[in-house]
Design a protein around this ligand. Structure first.
Ligand code: 5GP
Length: 185
């Protein structure tokens, strides 16, 4: 069995940019586990690439069938890691990389023990995170507040992660993560 790399961190911290660069660099060894979700597809996303976009009934049917390794309701939508994704990647002889929230990450850690390596991407400061969220277009105060309070909640769990990576600049964070992963695979 290969490793499972988990990447978590608050919304707006830059985790998608970071993991995409890592997958690109390690494409021979690491594959992204495409989660299922019931949230709306965003501009630029592709079904079956970024997520498997499902209807709520479809998601609930898969939960009942036991098809998920873990699933959560995040921001009122379902998100979950499919067993079939993990098996597909392992059958390919590769390590998995999961972009999931902290609750999901901690579940994976419990299930897979040392096979799981958890990376938490943290903002340089909460002020900086707020700035990044605003510059990304999260300007309505309510959704900004919600994201910031979710962020503080996620940050409280970062101590359980194997590595906390402060994202001061994307290049520095990617380089540090690259070096860590290189040693582990
Ligand atoms: P977004 O809607 O911005 O793509 O993701 C929202 C949150 O859901 C992020 O924190 C992301 O890491 C998390 N997430 C995405 N897929 C999964 C999954 O399969 N399981 C869990 N537990 N969280 C997920």
């Amino acid at each position: 069995m290969s490793n499972i790399f988990v990447i978590s961190g608050p919304s707006g911290v830059g985790k998608t940019t970071i993991y995409k660069k890592i997958i690109e660099d390690f494409r021979e060894n690491i594959s992204f586990s495409i989660s299922a979700t019931t949230r709306e597809i965003r501009a630029g996303e592709k079904d079956g690439v970024d997520y498997h976009f499902l209807k709520e009934e479809e998601f609930e049917y898969l939960i009942a069938k036991g098809d998920f390794i873990e699933w959560e309701k995040v921001h009122n939508n379902y998100y979950g890691t499919l067993k079939s994704e993990i098996y597909r990647i392992w059958e390919d002889g590769k390590h998995c990389l999961l972009d999931i929230d902290v609750r999901g990450g901690l579940r994976i850690q419990k299930m897979f023990g040392e096979k799981a390596y958890l990376v938490f991407i943290s903002p340089p400061s909460m002020e900086e995170l707020e700035k990044r969220l605003r510059s990304r277009g999260t300007n309505d105060e309510e959704s900004l507040k919600k994201r910031l309070s979710n962020a503080s909640e996620e940050m409280e769990h970062k101590g359980f992660y194997n590595l906390v990576l402060k994202n001061e600049t994307i290049d520095k964070a990617v380089q540090e993560l690259r070096e860590v992963i290189q040693k582990l695979i």
